[in-house]
Structures are given as structure tokens and as C-alpha cells.
Design a protein around this ligand. Sequence first.
Ligand SMILES: O=C(O)C1=C[C@@H](OP(=O)(O)O)[C@@H](O)[C@H](O)C1
Ligand SMILES: C=C(OP(=O)(O)O)C(=O)O
Length: 448
Amino acid sequence: MTDRTEQPDLWRAPSAPGAVDATVTVPGSKSVTNRALVLAALSTEPGWVRRPLRSRDTILMAEALCSMGAQIDEVVNPAGGEAWRIIPAGLHGPATVDVGNAGTVMRFLPPVAALADGPVRFEGDARASERPLHGVIDALRQLGTRIDDEGRGALPLTVHGAGSLTGGAVEVDASSSSQFVSGLLLSGPRFNKGLELRHTGRTLPSLPHIRMTVDMLRIAGAKVDAPQDGGTRDVWRVAPSALLGRDLTVEPDLSNAAPFLAAALVTGGRVVIPGWPRRTTQPGDALRGLFTLMGGSCELDDRGLTLTGSGKVQAITADLHEVGELAPVIAAVAALADGESVLSGIAHLRLHETDRLSALAKEINGLGGDVTETEDGLRIRPMPLHGGVFHTYEDHRLATAAAVLGLVVPDIEVENVATTAKTLPDFPELWTGMLAGSDGMSCTGTRG
Ligand SMILES: O=C(O)C1=C[C@@H](OP(=O)(O)O)[C@@H](O)[C@H](O)C1
Ligand SMILES: C=C(OP(=O)(O)O)C(=O)O
């Protein structure tokens, strides 16, 4: 194992003392919080975002909007939790936006900057410059915005906002990220002629996230025609209109519920996630079906979602194209299953926080696993796993996937668990809190 003195940022993933039995309150959704912030900053009147996620990605979004002129006040109400009041203002440059490694910030804000008056510089982590942005850049150029990217087609770049944008028809190949579509749609109502966006690529990942964008635009008063309602395939139309300030409460982040639900599955225990919405556009809602196929049983009632593990973890063959965010934790569970799993439809994960397909294969194999990359996913054969260092490549979802393995494989050390702060800053505390709620019985997971 790697010498701890060389790597001080190692977190020993705790073993489950038995079947996990806990209730875990998961913080708000990153995707909902960041859409709500953008829509509120583009509105004509102040709005509220209640129970927002406070994490690296959402703070970067809030700071970026403030640097362009919006005002965001934090109010803590002991009864109702935290709330942010967003007071929109005329957006302007000069401003500098740090996108960190947040896809939502780097793809949702250049269209906002195109509406601002003055230049807005976008910078970020080294990895952010490797992540695709061409769809947003090309579309804004088609609409007449001047963008200086020194020919990179990626960050860093400067958007020269002209204070308004004529808008109209654009073609975008969003096969590498649904966020190209979401980012343009969110600002679309504020373009003088609105927006008609046609996706020209062969595939389009993460459709639930685009539905979330459309839903939230409509809640903010926008008129949107979308393929999801039987409109033209691959075409979204947004009418020009004002956006209204709303009072919105953020749902728990269902994708971030994945490691906790997985804990119930791999230890044959039970985890309750309060506040699980009955209707949602979040892709994490697919966990109910996916973890049922993998051997759990799910009950959605007034307490929230309860996942009960059977003590058996079943292999799965699943196309995760629409719910790629869930793949790292599902891969970890599959490594503990009773047979070979195949995850497909997720080639675009190679362009996420890290190359997730390569990283998952390398790190699970480093613990004795047998994972191979396919053209568009992973083939995972369960093997007896052993302890070791699990490298996380500054990817929050690699860290939470490693924690799931650590429940039933002794001596896993997770590199840089603090990287979970991207979307789930209190992850280590929530994880140990969940385990403190364990019932102390012997572990009944397949590797127990
Ligand atoms: O719009 C969003 O909030 C997101 C869309 C998805 O991005 P991709 O379509 O790039 O996979 C998802 O993976 C990301 O975590 C959040
Ligand atoms: C891909 C992800 O994030 P981003 O919003 O940075 O794309 C993710 O959270 O899994």
C-alpha cells in the first residue's frame, strides 16, 4: 500500500459494522440550485431559493452572478433552514468568472455573459479547459456574440457581452454534454427573438437534465416548446419573455443519495432518504429502478424513500445514457455483485470531472477487481477485492464510489475525500453519521 507519509490526504473509508440502518438527510440538488440561481438573476424582480445546496459548484455560480451585478443575500431561518434572496440587476462586465470544474457554471453562464454589458472573462481548474464547451461557443457566435478563445474552443475565454442579443435559430451538437442545450435555453427568454435550438448530434445524453431546464423555465414564466411534450424531435423553442422572480425550494440531491442507498444494498441494511419527491426531473430518481434490479427493494411514502437490501447484490446490464451521473456508484456496487455487469451509453463520461471510465476501471482493478472499458461503458466482473489507495482524480463521484466499496472491503484509503465538496461538502460526516446509525449486526453484504 502507498506510504501514508507521502500522501497525507488519505481518508480511511470506514467499514460497515453490520447492516446499515439509518436515515440520511441529503443536501439540496446541485442541478436545481444552479438553474434556480441563473433564472433568478435573469428575472425582472427578486426571488428566493430555499434550502439551496451550499457546495463548491453552487458558491462558484453565486459568486459569478454577483460579479456580473446580481445581489444574493443569505438568510438563515432556524425553522426553515437557509434561504438565498436573489436581487437581479442590470448584468455587466468587466467581470471575471471562476468556473472551478463546474459544468453548470462553464456552460450556463457564457449565454448570460452575452447579455451582460461588457467583457466577461471565464477561467477555471486545469480540467475545466479540457471539458467540451464548443457547443456553447459556436451557438453564441452563430447568434452574433464576440468570443475570444484564441482558437481553443475551450476555456479560458472572454465573452464580449453587448447588453442584449437578437437570438433566433441555432444548431448545436450536444452529443458530448446536455449542458450545451440547458445553458442556451436558460437565457433564451431574454434574447430579443427568443431561441430556436436544434441539436444536430447523433446522441444526446442526460435528457432528464434538459427536462429539468424546461420545467424550471416554465415555472419562471417562460414559454417553451420541447420534444418531451411531443414537439419536433431535437428542437427546443423558447419565446422571448420576461422571467419572474419565484420562491423555490430545492429538492434533495437524488444523485448524491446514491452512495447512501448503495450502503443499504451492499450491507443488506436499510436507508431512508427523507424528502424524496414524488415527482421530479432529477435523474437520481432512476435509482429506485436500478437498485431494485440490483437486489434492493424500494418504498416511497411520507417518510421519504426507503431502500432495503436483501443481502444479495445482483449484477446489472443497464444503459445509463440518461443518468450518467449515477454510473460511478453503480459501478462500485456492481464490483460487489453476484455476476458480470455491463454499463453502456456513457462514453461521454470520459469528458466529465475526470475520464470516469478509465478512472473507475483503473482504481477498482487496483483493488483486485476485473473491470474493462468498452466503447461506451464498463464491463465489471466481481472479484475478491482487497484494500489499497483509491485515487479520485479530483472527482467527487469517484470518492463516494470508493466509500461504498470501503463498507465491505477492509483498508480502502480514499485520496482527497475533500473533493466531495464539489457537490456534497459534508460527505465524510454524513457517511460516518450513517454508520453510527447502524444496527451492529454482522455485515450481510455479499462480501461480508
Ligand atoms: O445540467 C446538469 O445539471 C447536469 C447535466 C449532466 O451533464 P452532461 O450532460 O454533461 O453529462 C450531468 O452529468 C451533470 O452532473 C449535471
Ligand atoms: C458531471 C458532473 O458535474 P458537472 O456539473 O461539472 O458536469 C457530475 O456532478 O457528475
